[in-house]
Write a protein that binds this ligand. Structure first.
Ligand code: ADP
Ligand code: MG
Length: 394
C-alpha cells in the first residue's frame, strides 16, 4: 500500500485519534449482540497501547439522523470494548468541543477514551471543516481503521485527515491488501460470483471485474435481468426493466473479452414471495407465467461449484437467492460450501453474503471476510475510497 500506516509512527507519549467502525447491532436492552467489528479493531488499538500511545476512539453507530438519540450512545460499545481490552474505556457524552478536549488532554499513555457517536453532530456527514478541525484538536496523529466507513467522505473519515498527520490502521491496511492483491495480481483462474437483489447496484462492479476475471458467475435476483436481456421469460420475478440494455451490453462485453459469464440454467420458482409458497424447479427457458425466480436450481449449483472448484482466487458478493427464507437458501448454501471446500484464496464481501456465510457456520473456512459491504463493493468497482485517499503517502 502506498499509504503510511501506524507502523510508520513513533507513538511514545502521543495521542492517537482513531476512527473505528463500531457500528454494531444492539438489542432492546442496549447490549451489543455481535461484537465482530469491535474485535476487528483490537489489533490496532492494542498496537497503539503497546507502543506508548493514549487512544481516542470515534465511530458512528446506527442512523441517528443528525441529532442526539439516547439509544444510540456509545456506552454499550465502551462496555464491551472494556471487557475485550481488559482495561478501562472512558466515555463522554460529547464528540467534540471543550469537554472532549479536556478529556483528551488528560489522557496518559495506555488510557482509552471513546468519544460520543459522530453522527449525532450534523456536521459529520456534511464533512464540515469546522468539525474536522475540532476533531483534529483531540489527538496528535489520526488513524483510520474504519474500513466499513472508508467509502464515505465524512468529517471523521476524511475531513479530519487534512488537519493532522494521517495513517492507516491494521484492519484498513489488511482489507486493502487482500482485495487489492486479488484484483491487481490474482492467482488464476480468478473467479467471481455476483448475486444479490439488484443489477443496478452492481453494474459498476461487473464492468470492472470483466476486465480482470476468468469467469463471472451471476445468480440472485440480478440474474433475472440478464435472462430478460437474452429474451427469456421470467414470469413475475424481480427485474429492472431500466437495466436490460445495460445487461445486454455487459453480456456483449464479456463475450468480447473472452470472459466466461455464466448465468443460471435452471431456477427455483415460487408462486408467491413466501416460505409457504408452492415451488418447482424449472429450466430458465420454461419459467411459467405468474411464478417468480427465488433461487438458482440444482444444475446451476453444480455448475457454479465446479467452476469454483477449479479456481485459485474467488471473490463472492451477493447471495444466490432469497436465502432468508429456507426454501430458497440452497443456492447460497451450495456456493458457500463450494468456497469452504476450495483451497483457493476466498474473499467474501457484501453485508448479506457475509451474514449468510456466518449463519451457515462457514466463516472460519474463508480466507478473508470483509468488514465493509459498501466499501468492498466500491473497491470491486475500481474506485478509490475517500477515507484512504486522505491518508499520508508513504
Ligand atoms: P450483499 O449485501 O451481499 O451485497 P445484496 O444486498 O445486493 O447482497 O442482496 C441481498 C438480497 O438479495 C437478499 O435480501 C436476498 O433476499 C435478495 N435476493 C437474492 N436473490 C433474489 C431473487 N431471486 N429475488 C429477489 N430477491 C433476491
Ligand atoms: Mg445487502
Amino acid at each position: 500500500m502506498n499509504k503510511k500506516t501506524i507502523r510508520d509512527v513513533d507513538w511514545n507519549g502521543k495521542r492517537a485519534l482513531v476512527r473505528v467502525d463500531f457500528n454494531v447491532p444492539l438489542n432492546d436492552a442496549l447490549e451489543v449482540t455481535d461484537d465482530t467489528r469491535i474485535r476487528a479493531a483490537l489489533p490496532t488499538i492494542q498496537y497503539l497501547l503497546d507502543h506508548g500511545a493514549s487512544v481516542v476512539l470515534m465511530s458512528h453507530l446506527g442512523r441517528p439522523k443528525k441529532k442526539v438519540v439516547d439509544t444510540l450512545r456509545m456506552t454499550p460499545v465502551a462496555k464491551r470494548l472494556q471487557e475485550l481490552l481488559d482495561r478501562p474505556v472512558k466515555t463522554i457524552g460529547t464528540t467534540v468541543g471543550d469537554a472532549a478536549e479536556q478529556a483528551a488532554q488528560a489522557l496518559q499513555p495506555g488510557d482509552v477514551l471513546l468519544l460520543e457517536n459522530t453522527r449525532f453532530d450534523p456536521r459529520e456527514e456534511a464533512n464540515d471543516e469546522t468539525m474536522s478541525r475540532q476533531l483534529a484538536e483531540l489527538g496528535d496523529v489520526y488513524v483510520n481503521d474504519a474500513f466499513g466507513a472508508a467509502h464515505r467522505a465524512h468529517a471523521s473519515t476524511e475531513g479530519v485527515a487534512r488537519f493532522m498527520p494521517a495513517v492507516a490502521g491494521l484492519l484498513l491496511e489488511r482489507e486493502l491488501a487482500v482485495l487489492g492483491a486479488a484484483l491487481d495480481n490474482p492467482e488464476r483462474p480468478f473467479v467471481t460470483i455476483i448475486g444479490g437483489a439488484k443489477i443496478s447496484d452492481k453494474i459498476g462492479v461487473i464492468e470492472n471485474l470483466l476486465g480482470k476475471v476468468d469467469a463471472l458467475l451471476i445468480g440472485g435476483g440480478m440474474a433475472n435481468t440478464f435472462l430478460l436481456a437474452q429474451n427469456k421469460g421470467v414470469g413475475d420475478s424481480l427485474v429492472e426493466a431500466d437495466s436490460v440494455a445495460e445487461a445486454r451490453r455487459l453480456l456483449d462485453q464479456a463475450q468480447g473479452r473472452g470472459v466466461d459469464l455464466v448465468l443460471p440454467s435452471d431456477v427455483v420458482v415460487a408462486d408467491a414471495f413466501s416460505a409457504e409458497a408452492n415451488t418447482q424447479i424449472v429450466s430458465v427457458d420454461d419459467v411459467p407465467d405468474g411464478w417468480r425466480i427465488l433461487d438458482i436450481g440444482p444444475e446451476t449449483r453444480q455448475t457454479f461449484a465446479q467452476v469454483i472448484g477449479g479456481a485459485k482466487t474467488v471473490i463472492w458478493n451477493g447471495p444466490m437467492g432469497v436465502f432468508e427464507l429456507e426454501p430458497f437458501a440452497a443456492g447460497t448454501r451450495a456456493v458457500a460450501k463450494a468456497l469452504a471446500d476450495s483451497s483457493a484464496t476466498t474473499i467474501i464481501g457484501g453485508g448479506d453474503s457475509v451474514a449468510a456465510i456466518e449463519q451457515m457456520g462457514l466463516a472460519d473456512k474463508m480466507s478473508h471476510i470483509s468488514t465493509g459491504g459498501g466499501a468492498s463493493l466500491e473497491l470491486l468497482e475500481g474506485k478509490v475510497l475517500p477515507g484512504v485517499a486522505a491518508l499520508n503517502p508513504r
